[in-house]
Design a protein around this ligand. Structure first.
Ligand SMILES: [Zn+2]
Length: 333
């Protein structure tokens, strides 16, 4: 519960489960290393189902690094995804990386293995993950091309360019990795080079299928929708209109009294925007949403100046003024 409150993004985005899954893989690798990998492989080779478990057996420190690195590369892609889609994407990422990595290993064992022995190593899982991230980054650029949020304001523009740089970097480093650093498309004497090829290509292909199946929800139709990411970026855009900078209040959807409004909640450091605006088209509902958000921000500014109820309905002043001195920044002298 403590972690949930302190790191809501980590929990709600499902990133915590990606971390759990890949750390578990690393732990399994280390356990088999401690047990002696040749002994473990000998046991696995005695069973027909051993091929399914062999990808969890240690093969090299490079693979361990790859498993950790893949989580770091996935995180920025995840946070560029619309908020409502993040959790599902995290679970797709785990399922695709491990499932297709396993599939690549089993496929190789069935048709390409000339040694008659199962190989080891989670590298197929890591490279499948890389294939998924590579494809996700291409779709990320497509989304940015369709959803040009640069005109919303300076901070939205900043984030648009930041994600364009992040996606381009991920695409280029993935290509550099599979074409040059660990050239997976060039046959080698390494017993299982083709496993990596399968993993990368199938991982990317599965991602294409996933993205196409959720085209609209993932914002790939080019429509800008009001979600929590847009609201929080736009909060920063609107901040430049105030004479002094407001602290960073977390903007989120909640049920509020006015169905087309927003409320300032100093006791939580939050601004609540009516759930009515959720996933509405910015082109249509944007002006009204912006008015509601600005209204809540005006309340925040008045609150910070120590004049919490310079405007508003008298009957609602009482509870607000009671909490006002207890929380937030005290009025300046
Ligand atoms: Zn008001």
């Amino acid at each position: 519960m403590g972690a949930k409150r302190r790191f809501p993004e980590l929990s709600e985005s499902g990133l915590i489960w990606v971390i759990v899954a890949f750390v578990s893989l690393i732990v399994l690798n280390l356990i088999t290393l401690a047990m002696g990998r040749s002994q473990v492989l000998a046991v696995l080779n005695a069973h027909p189902a051993g091929a399914l478990i062999s990808p969890f057996v240690f093969d090299s420190w490079g693979t361990i690094g790859g498993l950790g690195g893949i989580v770091l590369l996935f995180a920025p892609v995840l946070f560029g995804t619309p908020v409502s889609q993040r959790r599902a994407l995290s679970f797709f990422f785990i399922a695709a990386s491990i499932g297709i990595g396993e599939f690549a290993v089993v496929l190789w064992d069935a048709f390409y293995d000339t040694t008659g022995l199962f190989g080891s190593g989670s590298s197929a899982i890591a490279i499948t993950g890389q294939g998924v991230i590579f494809a996700l980054s291409i779709f990320g650029l497509l989304r940015l091309a369709g959803q040009d949020t640069r005109r919303l304001g300076p901070l939205s523009s900043h984030w648009w360019y930041s994600f364009a740089i992040i996606y381009s970097t991920l695409i280029l480093t993935s290509l550099w990795f599979v074409l040059s650093l660990e050239p997976i498309f060039i046959p080698t004497l390494l017993y299982n080079w083709r496993v990596h090829e399968f993993g990368f290509l199938f991982g990317a292909a599965a991602t294409v299928g996933y993205m196409c199946s959720r085209w609209r929800a993932l914002g790939l139709d080019g429509v800008i929708r009001i979600d929590e990411m847009l609201m929080n970026f736009h909060f920063d855009d609107l901040c430049v209109r105030f004479p002094r900078r407001l602290p960073k209040y977390h903007v989120l959807f909640r049920g509020v009294e006015d169905a087309r409004g927003a409320e300032f909640h100093p006791e939580r450091g939050e601004i609540w925007v009516s759930g009515e605006f959720k996933d509405r088209e910015y082109r249509i509902d944007g002006p009204e949403f912006e008015r509601a958000l600005l209204h809540a921000m005006v309340h925040a500014e008045l609150f910070l100046e120590g004049r919490p109820w310079e405007h508003g309905r008298p009957e609602s002043r009482q509870p607000f003024n009671e909490i006002a001195p207890k929380v937030g920044t005290p009025p300046e002298p």
